[in-house]
Design a protein around this ligand. Structure first.
Ligand code: FAD
Length: 393
């Protein structure tokens, strides 16, 4: 590393790479630090994302990173109330082992200095208009420590965000707002190859769901689950997922298992400071209902870069100014995440019969779309659930 940068970005996940790339393209000197040796590896993700056009706003996605185009969702709901939501191109399956390094490679091509095996350990207070970042480089006997200075620091250091906590932001995961997730890579395609398949509400599980996501090119399936840590299922997530896997697909051949933590609190209220911002999982940008966070992290990376660039232009990188970044995120996905967060909490407050009625409403809308017919065919008992949800605080 050199010693002086305009911006240091910590973490080369989707959020960090997009932020770094956009800032470099705007003419700033950017350092991107990644603690792992191999960017994107090991993958701790189900790898499903929203439609291709959402991600392509960052430029066309390399074909090699796309496993499958998704044309629908199938949900096995409670009491046999299943939902088939067919929609062409509604999502994609990524190969993150390729996608994350590809994003970092784009950043490097656009002038970002990308350093791997570089763990940011400490971010200092603002002094003379800069922040100090202490970095551990390499490992073992060859390990060294370096200090760099930057006018702005962006921490896209994932769900644990040690840096966010170290600078004093309240980004610690709280059990009631956090899911534990496991993803089991199974050989072969287990469910419909162009659908994302879910199981929800079975054995009365309403604090999360089980998924089966097909990676067609690689001929494997990501079979996994995520449950709230604070509920029983959360602490047994691996056992439950294994049990379901063998119940549904006896003889399934497991390649490997990964696990991780997913923030489902909806977006943090406060995640900027003078010359400092959090991006992606670190700022709890993950969707609180689905647990998906790739697209939101990338979008936030882009909004953060845009705001920081504007800050450089007008010589203002204060917390107050950087609130524009928080507002952009809130307007784009945060408001929707608040709604989804409400829905998730509501699910925790209904019994099995009520949840079944709710599923009937969703089933109707999946069948008829948001049309008059869907409203007319909704049974009164189900409509009551809809009313209960609207009243729910
Ligand atoms: P990350 O991708 O976590 O990147 C953070 C990076 O920072 C990492 O590379 C890390 O090594 C690096 N880092 C951390 N600390 C430091 C440091 N001090 N110095 C330097 N580098 C550091 N999302 C979806 O959209 N679809 C899914 O199907 C899906 N499935 C999931 C399944 C599981 C089991 C889990 C756990 C998560 C899943 N997610 C899914 C969530 C998704 O993985 C995250 O939302 C997404 O990766 C967030 O991107 P990010 O850039 O914010 O952080």
């Amino acid at each position: 590393c050199n010693n002086e940068y305009d911006v240091v970005v910590i973490g080369a996940g989707p959020g960090g790479s997009v932020a770094a790339r956009n800032l470099s393209r705007a003419g700033h000197k950017v350092l991107l630090l990644e603690k792992r040796e191999k960017i994107g590896y090991p993958v701790r993700c189900g790898e499903a994302s929203t439609k291709l056009s959402d991600l392509q706003t960052y430029g066309p996605i390399d074909e090699d990173c796309i496993e499958t185009i998704i044309n629908g969702l199938y949900i096995y709901g409670p009491n046999g109330v299943n939902i088939d939501l067919a929609q062409k191109g509604t999502g994609i399956m990524l190969n993150r082992e390729k996608f994350d390094p590809w994003l970092a490679h784009l950043a490097a091509n656009d002038g970002v200095e990308v350093v791997t095996r570089a763990r940011a350990e400490f971010v200092g207070d603002v002094e003379s208009g800069t922040r100090l970042v202490r970095v551990k480089l390499g490992e073992g006997a060859g390990e060294t420590t370096e200090e760099v200075r930057a006018k702005m620091v962006i921490a896209a250091d994932g769900v644990e965000s040690r840096i966010g906590r170290q600078v004093g932001l309240d980004c610690l995961q709280k059990p009631a707002f956090t899911c534990t997730g496991v993803d089991i890579q199974v050989q072969g395609i287990l469910t419909k190859p162009d659908y994302l398949t879910f199981w929800q509400g079975h054995d009365f599980i309403n604090d999360g769901y089980i998924w089966s996501f097909p990676k067609v090119k690689s001929n494997v399936t990501n079979f996994g689950a995520g449950f709230l840590i604070s509920n029983n299922h959360g602490s047994n997530v691996l056992d439950i997922t294994m049990e379901w896997l063998y119940k549904l697909f006896p003889g399934a051949q497991i390649n490997h298992v990964v696990g991780g933590v997913i923030p489902v609190s909806s977006v943090l209220k406060d995640y900027t400071l003078d010359r400092f911002a959090l991006v992606g999982d670190a700022a709890h940008h993950t969707n609180p209902l689905t647990g998906g966070g790739i697209a939101a992290a990338m979008r936030a990376g882009r909004f953060c870069a845009q705001t920081v660039h504007e800050g450089f232009e007008c010589g203002n990188l204060s917390k107050e100014f950087l609130k524009t970044y928080e507002k952009r995120c809130y307007d784009y996905f945060g408001r929707m995440h608040d709604f989804e967060y409400k829905f998730r909490r509501f699910l925790l407050n209904v019994n099995k019969e009520e949840q079944t009625e709710l599923y009937k409403v969703l089933q109707n809308f999946a069948k008829h779309g948001c049309k008059k017919r869907a409203f007319l065919q909704t049974p009164v008992s189900s409509a009551k659930m809809l009313y209960k949800f609207l009243k729910f605080k």
